[in-house]
Ligand binder design. Structure first.
Ligand code: SF4
Length: 226
């Protein structure tokens, strides 16, 4: 009887390929952090709204996600010439931390009657990652035996994905709360309307939010770096 082929734990090759592949989706509170880091590092970045909903009460589209764009050379603006992430030790977006375990599809569900908004997110492994591409067959075998295999195979990346979704849930719960209180009145995105960051909106009503999201810790880290 042949013994099962061994599969080592996931280990990034540090080639920076994923930092040259596609724009990076970020959560609303990550936008000001990345803007601050870009300013400190003298790096030019472009961040545009991702998924938005129109708020009839405030007359603005509220951004529930954003996109950090690659530069003209097709590289993440935070990727150094030596292919190292310049912000690794300070704050790396969740999408980067969980890579190659990434959200394949994010569906925002809007329950108008209940004034509730939540997300259904489907995660999967990116076959663009050379480690995943190399080990795809073995990973498939392990997943067939154990659907919870990803948490064992790449615990750090899996944890980052879990944390990202906890934070997304917190933000959407905050927005649903404002909807139920009548502070916002949400409908489909209205093209051309001004855009308001969901994090900026929520902070006005939930002063403890930066602490809950861990933004305070990042800012303190930045302070220490001077
Ligand atoms: S932020 Fe860092 S890890 Fe993420 S894509 Fe940019 S260089 Fe890569």
């Amino acid at each position: 009887m042949s013994s099962p082929r061994s599969l080592p734990r996931f280990r990034c090759l540090m080639e920076g390929l994923c930092c040259r592949m596609s724009p990076i989706t970020i959560l609303p509170f990550e936008k000001p952090i990345l803007e601050l880091l870009a300013e400190r590092l003298g790096v030019e970045i472009e961040i545009t709204p991702g998924y938005t909903l129109y708020d009839r009460a405030g007359g603005a589209n509220i951004a529930l996600s954003y996109v950090l764009h690659l530069d003209r050379d097709g590289r993440c603006p935070f990727l150094s010439k030596r292919n190292l992430c310049m912000i690794h030790g300070v704050y790396k977006p969740y999408t980067c931390r969980s890579y190659p375990y990434v959200p394949r599809e994010v569906r925002y569900i809007i329950a108008e009657k209940a004034r509730l908004i939540y997300a259904r997110v489907e995660y999967g492994l990116s076959s663009h990652c050379p480690v995943i591409a190399r080990d795809m067959e073995l990973i498939g075998e392990r997943l067939a035996e154990n659907p919870g295999f990803i948490a064992e195979y790449m615990p750090r990346e899996y944890e980052a994905a879990v944390e990202a979704e906890e934070k997304r849930r917190l933000l959407l719960a905050g927005l649903s709360g404002l909807w139920r209180r009548g502070v916002v009145d949400l409908v489909e995105k209205r093209p051309g309307a001004p855009v308001l960051n969901l994090y900026d909106l929520l902070r006005k009503y939930y002063p403890g939010l930066p602490l809950e999201l861990g933004v305070n810790k990042v800012l303190a880290r930045l302070e220490r770096l001077g």
